[in-house]
Design a protein around this ligand. Structure first.
Ligand SMILES: Cc1cc2nc3c(=O)[nH]c(=O)nc-3n(C[C@H](O)[C@H](O)[C@H](O)COP(=O)(O)OP(=O)(O)OC[C@H]3O[C@@H](n4cnc5c(N)ncnc54)[C@H](O)[C@@H]3O)c2cc1C
Length: 459
């Protein structure tokens, strides 16, 4: 079908729905934060509500067009990219927050509400939406639900899944379903809501969610500790976890710190260079924090430390951790978002370091992550003079070693970023053949014509 024919067909069949076939829109809505795929969308739709999305999906089924649900496009797995002429459905206009109920402590949000917008809304009601990460100023709630996003406070508050009480979804077949309807308790059979959470848009399009808010947290303190070794990380974690009421325990290497300092023009928070750092956020308790610091110094795990004395300083300390992804973005990083059980972290990291020194001797590697959840972000930076294609192929070769190790430890090749296109060839390192077949069969039930996110996660 030519561009003109499609344009007039869409005007004719979907007269009230805005769409664009402009090359700039096709490019920017055809990709996410990964830079390994060439965007190649045919059209981008900007529907206003569930009914319009249903109409697009029904027409796509009729014409065998593939649709890509598109949120804030901050994803790291290529889940929202359109590489083979797909129709992109942007959720950007479903951005209303409504129906706040202070007895239920719930609120309805359109899939296109930006994560930070919901955080602010909760605060205005005297409540708290704790899911947070460096991209929360751009990512959408719909995208967060589709990836079951985690972030910096999972340790205490859990993942996006823990806040979803209801969902409205347009399935790949074009049905509209309302799941769980805001109930706290509902033991009436399979909870399809949980199947949708983390489904990366392969079953349907989430259009609205009912979200649980919680009481505001007590005042928080932030402490940045410099550490002598990888072994020190978990030793300090074990102590901090029993002594403090922790909300976050984040880890980064000195190379990560150097990248942020260079990118944001920050000075070094410490006088000396140290190999590793951890950032702790916890309920205000300076005496307990000093105990963790002093015990760490005595054990020679901690080599220096700073406790923020003001909100501004706390924010500044957070920036050393939150600025890492942005500061390495221009290096086209190959991201490994991996997890093992928390107790396995030290042993796993030591073995991983050995693998990296053998397999990546000539590459710059940047470590950071939500170590309190057993989740590490291992970023391999592309050498300037290497093409993206060669670089990706090289990283994928090394994956056999890195992911083989993860498999040995019973870990996951994707802790929170999802599988999408980028990690699909490696799913078998984490999920059994039987599990993968079941996922394929479940997709067929919701999406018999393979219309939504075809080729993502599983075939
Ligand atoms: C700087 C930075 C830091 C980050 N830190 C974290 C972190 O700490 N923790 C974390 O979990 N992630 C993190 N991410 C990754 C990313 O922000 C999350 O995965 C986020 O949840 C993606 O939301 P999005 O709206 O941008 O989704 P998109 O990238 O637009 O889409 C992600 C996937 O969800 C699907 N999708 C989107 N909207 C819908 C919908 N309404 N219905 C069905 N499917 C849909 C897409 O098709 C795609 O498969 C980070 C990203 C960046 C750039």
């Amino acid at each position: 079908m030519t561009e003109q024919t499609l344009e007039s067909l869409l005007q004719n069949r979907l007269p009230s729905i805005d769409f664009s076939m402009e090359s700039n829109d096709l490019k920017s809505f055809g990709q996410d934060w990964t830079r390994f795929h060439q965007p190649n969308a045919t059209v981008v739709f900007f529907p206003n509500n569930t009914e319009e999305i249903q109409a697009i999906v029904q027409l796509a089924n009729e014409l065998d067009a593939v649709v890509v649900p598109s949120g804030g496009r901050t994803g790291y797995s290529g889940g929202a990219v359109a590489t083979m002429g797909e129709w992109v459905i942007s959720l950007v206009r479903l951005n209303q927050i409504s129906d706040f109920n202070d007895i239920d402590q719930t609120v309805k949000v359109g899939a296109g509400v930006i994560t930070e917008q919901l955080q602010h809304f909760a605060k205005e009601q005297g409540l708290f939406y704790p899911v947070d990460f460096a991209s929360s100023g751009s990512s959408h709630i719909g995208g967060n639900i589709a990836t079951n996003a985690g972030g910096i406070r999972v340790l205490r508050y859990g993942l996006t899944r823990d806040y979803i009480l209801g969902l409205t979804v347009v399935t790949g077949r074009g049905d509209v379903i309302e799941l769980n309807k805001g109930l706290v308790k509902n033991a009436s059979g399979l909870d399809l809501r949980h199947l949708m959470i983390g489904s990366e848009g392969i079953l349907g399009i989430i259009t609205e969610a009912e979200i649980k808010l919680i009481n505001q947290a007590p005042n928080q303190s932030v402490m940045l500790l410099a550490l002598s070794s990888l072994e020190a990380v978990m030793a300090v974690f074990a102590d901090a976890r029993t002594t403090l009421n922790l909300s976050s325990f984040e880890f980064f290497s000195d190379r990560s710190l150097q990248k942020v300092m260079a990118h944001r023009n920050f000075s070094n928070p410490f006088e000396d260079i140290h190999p590793f750092y951890v950032l702790l956020e916890f309920d205000e308790n300076e005496m307990a924090a000093m105990q963790v610091f002093e015990r760490g110094m005595e054990a020679m795990h901690v080599t220096d430390g700073i406790i923020a004395q003001s909100l501004d300083q706390a924010e500044q300390l957070w920036q050393y951790r939150e600025g890492i992804s942005e500061s390495i973005a221009h290096h086209t990083p190959y991201k490994n978002d991996i997890s093992v059980k928390i107790s396995q972290v030290p042993k796993f990291m030591n073995q991983l370091e050995e693998v990296l020194s053998i397999e990546y001797p000539d590459f710059e590697t940047i470590w950071f992550g939500h170590i309190g959840d057993g989740n590490l972000h291992l970023n391999i930076l592309k050498p300037q003079n290497m093409s993206t294609t060669v670089f990706k192929a090289r990283c994928e070769q090394v994956n056999a070693h890195v992911y083989g190790l993860i498999q040995k430890f019973g870990g996951s090749i994707s802790a929170e970023h999802g599988v999408g296109l980028l990690k699909k060839p490696f799913l078998g390192y984490t999920r059994s053949e039987t599990e993968i077949q079941l996922i394929q069969q479940i997709k067929r039930v919701f999406d018999p014509n393979n219309i939504v996110n075809r080729g993502k996660v599983v075939d």
